[in-house]
Design a protein around this ligand. Structure first.
Ligand SMILES: Cc1cc2nc3c(=O)[nH]c(=O)nc-3n(C[C@H](O)[C@H](O)[C@H](O)COP(=O)(O)OP(=O)(O)OC[C@H]3O[C@@H](n4cnc5c(N)ncnc54)[C@H](O)[C@@H]3O)c2cc1C
Length: 482
């Protein structure tokens, strides 16, 4: 056990009563992950209000060997923000650090605290004629620090890239309490390694991100959102190529949705309606945008291209959102899939990527392999087809107990899915990260070179292993919290 009395009191003195609790009731909502798969325990939840306070907390933790679990909105998908069950760690919440420090619209930059919620950032930028071109279903909870730390993706990666390409600067507190001030947005900076990028996708294992300078783009002038039905994943990919090659700067979203996911949303999410009459095996959500007043009208572009796609037999049926409300309704269907799938019963979620041209084939070949090997299971693959990234969910057979599913079948299915992904030249984590959920699998499938670099970086920056132990990096011996 760490020497509790002193360090807890010291931490409380740093953040004051507003930023400190040891109450089980206060902490309970933050000790289980969004998917409800992991529940941990913590000695305290500490919520610093400033970078300086964060620095003092980390110094106390480092001096006393106390494990720190950083947390933003707790919307992560891999248990990265959930402590272990020892009750020895401190949950460090960034939610009080929620100030947008500066919007520099002319330079297309925004500087903000790590605890700013994505949706609030979107709203603040809109009033300055700017937007942050990253969005995802968890935008009402996900924070800038969490998005940075998971290198989040979402539905606009096609045009703007993942968080990695949207971060211009980082302010971070290292495990010993020192502050790395890298907020300055330099176009050119050749002082060796790009240190800020270590924190992008670092999952809180190297330090705490306290602030970030993010790139923004002009607010949309207009957009056209379309819903199309296709008869196969191949047709969806051909449609993607067709649209992408003709709208190089305007295709911003291309999401594939199987009929099973659409039906599950219609069943579980109030206020959703079927976008197209008829029954089709696959659906595609398309967004074409205009962000310069003199560019082509996106509605005309979409009408024209979709008509041609129908002539080429790429599409079975399609409709354009008649207005902004309908556009939002179409996106609500897409953004609610994770929630609807969670409500529709146990499933194993695999956030995987393969090279973009190989995704249709991967879905076609991997799904029957899994369903044949594990009778009664059903695959539902949906998501960011234009990025070569789908969420490959395997649903449990009817009547199986949660224990049999997770402990027995689940342990056989996930490695098989991952082996198929690796054979297709892909990655077992496209955008959700590794957390505690995929750490063993990362170790199993990674080369010695990858593992030794991951371990060397971790141990160089956090030699006492206080930062989010048990997450991401498969160390030879994990921190025990004592
Ligand atoms: C409905 C829904 C849809 C989603 N869709 C997508 C999607 O399309 N694409 C996608 O990429 N993700 C998606 N997500 C997952 C999630 O929103 C992202 O992973 C997001 O980046 C997590 O942000 P958060 O603030 O909630 O982080 P948390 O869940 O609190 O933490 C995530 C990880 O980051 C670490 N961390 C958090 N804040 C900091 C910090 N300041 N410094 C250091 N480490 C920190 C934590 O320790 C943890 O390891 C979705 C989630 C939901 C609920």
């Amino acid at each position: 056990m760490p020497k509790q009395v002193n360090w807890l009191e010291q931490m409380q003195a740093v953040v004051g009563p507003k930023g400190f609790t040891i109450s089980g009731d206060d902490m309970a909502p933050w000790l289980t992950d969004w998917r409800g798969r992991y529940t941990g325990a913590a000695a305290a939840m500490v919520s610093p209000g400033t970078t300086q306070e964060t620095s003092e907390i980390l110094k106390i933790a480092n001096d006393n060997g106390v494990a720190i679990v950083p947390q933003g909105g707790n919307s992560g998908m891999v248990g990265g923000a959930t402590p272990d069950s020892s009750g020895h760690s401190v949950l460090l919440s960034l939610r009080r650090m929620n100030r947008i420090r500066a919007i520099q619209a002319d330079d297309q930059l925004v500087v903000c605290d790590a605890g700013v919620i994505l949706q609030n950032l979107h709203e603040a930028l809109a009033s300055h004629g700017q937007r942050f071109p990253l969005t995802l279903g968890g935008k009402g909870s996900a924070t800038v620090g969490g998005l940075v730390s998971t290198n989040a993706g979402g539905t606009q990666v096609l045009r703007h890239g993942t968080m990695r390409s949207l971060v211009a600067g980082i302010e971070a507190v290292l495990p010993d309490g020192s502050i790395l001030d890298g907020l300055s947005a330099l176009k050119k900076d050749n002082r060796g390694y790009d240190l800020k990028q270590l924190f992008v996708g670092g999952e809180g294992t190297l330090g705490i991100v306290t602030g970030a300078t993010l790139k923004t783009v002009p607010a949309l002038v207009d957009r056209c959102v379309a819903w199309a039905a296709v008869d196969s994943t191949d047709a969806a990919y051909q449609l993607f190529r067709f649209l992408n090659s003709r709208t190089p700067h305007a295709l911003e979203g291309f999401e594939i949705i199987p009929a099973t996911c659409l039906n599950s949303v219609l069943r579980h999410i109030p206020g959703t309606r079927q976008p197209l009459e008829g029954t089709y095996p696959w659906h595609v959500l398309i967004e074409i945008i205009r962000d310069q007043p003199d560019s082509e009208d996106p509605r005309m572009v979409a009408e024209n291209l979709l008509a041609k796609a129908i002539e080429r037999n790429l599409i079975e049926n399609a409709t354009l959102a008649a207005n902004e409300q309908q556009a939002e309704d179409f996106w609500k269907i897409r953004d609610s899939i994770a929630e609807a799938e969670r409500a529709s019963g146990p499933a194993l979620q695999h956030d995987i990527s393969v090279p973009v041209p190989g995704m249709a084939r991967f879905i076609n070949e991997a799904s029957p392999v899994i369903e044949a090997r594990f009778p009664g299971t059903k695959v539902a693959a949906f998501g960011h087809m234009g990025d070569g990234n789908v969420h490959f969910h395997v649903k449990a057979p009817e009547g199986i107990t949660a224990q049999e599913w997770m402990e027995d079948l689940g342990k056989q299915i996930t490695p098989l899915v991952h082996d198929l992904v690796i054979a297709a030249g892909g990655s077992i984590s496209a955008e959700h990260g590794i957390g505690q959920n995929k750490r063993t699998e990362l170790e199993r499938i990674s080369s010695d070179a990858r593992l030794s670099m991951l371990r060397a970086i971790k141990m160089a920056i956090d030699p006492n292993n206080i930062m989010n132990p048990g997450k991401l990096v498969p160390l030879a011996s994990s921190h025990s919290g004592s």
